[in-house]
Design a protein around this ligand. Structure first.
Ligand code: HPA
Length: 270
């Protein structure tokens, strides 16, 4: 494992002049942030040794290095989802490589279904905490002390400092942002009405099929994390909406400009 990470990091280092300290995982809803990255260098996942290849519709697979405003960034265009069949080590491998490259802060975004009754489709939810309902923890198995502690705390999995800064930016820009707990599920099914209700009762505000594995590994590795969801559909016992992949994509695209404005500024000021 350590050797594999090193090999991949060495390859990426050989392709990039100067390493950023900030990485962004561009989930559904933040894809267009790529257009704002200047002096871009693309490295297709298919060229990177040991990297899995993304399969899901609407996600292309590239590492992108460049500048977002004044900040040097590394962006993942397309992530690896557990529902695609990757195991947890594959899903989180890019985060291990980020750490090996010297990344200190990780920004993640996703599309999620809202259970919180105050949410509307198109809302942006800053993730304040998560509930891990994946069947396997990415840290299961041998722990390498070089990568992090055996029993890492998850008390502040999402940096309070970055949440505060994002709130300030959203307020300055007059953009409505909600706060909430993200429930991470394996997918690929959307939830039954009873499941949305259950996730709400246990303390969830939104549910999605990604993010939690990467955030666990980033915390294990001692990185600062900020996460944000676009609410693309609503679920619950009284909601009769039938979510589809197309609807999720469409709602995420509509919310994209707001989300981008906050993220761009946040990355710059973080
Ligand atoms: N459930 C799970 N994942 C999702 C949803 C949802 O309702 N919307 C977008 N991703």
């Amino acid at each position: 494992m350590l050797e594999t990470i090193k090999q991949t990091a060495d390859y990426i280092r050989s392709q990039v002049d100067e390493m950023p300290k900030t990485a962004i995982i561009l989930g559904t809803g933040l894809g267009a942030l790529v257009d704002h990255i200047e002096d871009k260098k693309y490295i297709p996942y298919s060229q990177i040794p040991n990297f899995p290849v993304s399969t899901v519709e609407g996600h292309s697979g590239n590492l992108i290095f460049g500048r977002l405003g004044d900040k040097k960034v590394m962006a993942m265009q397309g992530r690896f989802h557990y529902y695609e069949g990757y195991d947890m080590k594959q899903v989180t491998f890019p985060v291990r490589v980020m750490k090996a490259l010297g990344i200190e802060t990780l920004f993640v975004s996703n599309a999620a279904g809202g259970m919180n009754k105050d949410f509307i489709v198109g809302d942006i939810m800053i993730i304040t905490d998560h509930i891990n309902l994946f069947p396997e923890n990415p840290l299961r198995g041998k722990n390498y002390a070089e990568l992090g502690p055996r029993f890492p705390a998850m008390t502040e999995a999402y940096s309070h400092e970055l949440i505060g800064l994002a709130d300030k930016i959203a307020e300055e820009k007059g953009i409505r942002v909600m706060h909430g707990v993200y429930v991470g599920t394996p997918g690929p099914t959307f939830e039954t009405p009873a499941e949305y209700e259950y996730f709400r009762i246990i303390g969830g505000d939104a549910v999605g099929m990604s993010t939690v594995p990467e955030v666990i590994v980033a915390n294990h590795a001692g990185m600062r994390v900020f996460g944000v969801s676009v609410i693309t559909d609503l679920g619950g016992k009284e909601v009769h909406d039938v979510p589809t992949h197309e609807e999720v994509q469409k709602a995420a695209e509509a919310a994209q400009p707001k989300m981008m404005e906050v993220m761009r500024e946040l990355v710059n000021r973080s």
